[in-house]
Design a protein around this ligand. Structure first.
Ligand code: UTP
Length: 293
């Protein structure tokens, strides 16, 4: 079994649901409390033992690259002002030298295409894939939980994080069919993108965290465009599932779809309430606002 050392973060999307905020700023730099979305997911990947962070970027996404670089003037100013805690935090947040790669998806042709753009950097080894607009609030993080279960099951399988959604909402998600248990995971029998409620094989939705085998790249290479004219990752995974096992894993934790406004706002509330130094004052403020409604 090959270890999983690398993770892909697709960040080339246009973020149209957050316009105008995302006109000149990447969606992935929107902050949940005081950390950009992309920092939250990089933290999750580092905690899971990932050593190399691959960002698939696009036009206008330079701020992400700058975010994961040393900011010399800022460091110098913080040093002058004796802001030791801030300096240490900045340094902790930064992956080490040579641990990041940036490649460009020249056109936003879909998630499957974004993943394929990272093929040469990943090479012939399994990798993690984290969608930065999904946050999972839990310790250990979602990917750390997956890695543990992946190691325990002991084979070169693919693994997808799944969670229960209300049956009336399955038409909004990729949904999996549930087969036999494999340790703490289960065999996925089918994957369907946005099924009608009556046709859905379960109410377990695909949640933005994956462990994939490198054979996915050859499949994505000649993957025809699917829904919305985009090269869909799920279509590629359906084809890979004809050759390799796919496991589903129900993670512990609360997920937030920060690609939607409600999910993003809810994440801010929940993450702020989890911060000791903010929670008492913020809770009082929330109560005051809600009372007036
Ligand atoms: P989304 O479809 O949620 O992001 O993709 P989007 O297209 O940016 O957002 P909206 O719908 O227009 O508001 C999930 C993740 O995949 C990346 C996005 O950057 C996001 O992090 N993505 C999506 C790509 O990297 N390339 C693509 O072609 C599409």
């Amino acid at each position: 079994m090959k270890p999983i050392r690398k993770a892909i973060f697709p960040v080339a999307g246009l973020g149209t649901r957050f316009l105008p905020a995302t006109k000149a700023m990447p969606k992935e730099m929107l902050t949940v409390v005081d950390r950009p979305l992309i920092q939250h997911v990089v933290d999750e990947a580092r905690e899971a033992g990932i050593e190399h962070f691959i960002f698939v970027t696009g036009r206008g996404k330079g701020a992400i690259e700058d975010h994961f670089d040393v900011h010399f003037e800022l460091d110098a100013t913080l040093t002058d002002r004796n802001k030791q805690a801030e300096l240490e935090q900045l340094s902790r947040d930064l992956p080490g030298a040579g641990q990041t790669s940036f490649t460009r998806q020249q056109l936003p042709l879909g998630l499957g295409h974004a993943v394929w753009c990272a093929r040469d950097i990943v090479g012939d080894e399994p990798f993690a894939l984290l969608l930065p607009d999904v946050l999972v609030q839990h310790t250990p993080g979602c990917l750390a939980q997956m890695m543990q279960v992946y190691r325990e099951q002991g084979s070169d399988a693919n693994m997808i994080a799944v969670e229960e959604v209300p049956p009336e909402r399955v038409h909004m998600y990729g949904v999996v069919g549930v087969g036999a248990a494999v340790g703490k995971a289960f065999k996925i029998t089918q994957m369907v993108e946005k099924p009608k409620r009556e046709a859905a094989p379960s109410n377990l939705s695909i949640t933005g965290r994956y462990i994939l085998q490198p054979e996915i790249f050859a499949i994505l290479e000649n993957q025809p465009r699917g829904a919305g004219g985009e090269i869909q990752l799920t279509d590629g995974m359906v084809r890979l599932a004809q050759m390799q096992p796919f496991l589903g894993f129900k993670f512990a934790g609360q997920s937030f779809d920060c690609g939607s406004k409600i999910g993003f706002l809810a994440a801010n509330v929940s993450y702020a309430l989890a911060r000791e130094e903010l929670a008492p004052e913020f809770r009082a403020e929330l109560k005051r606002i809600l009372k007036d409604l």
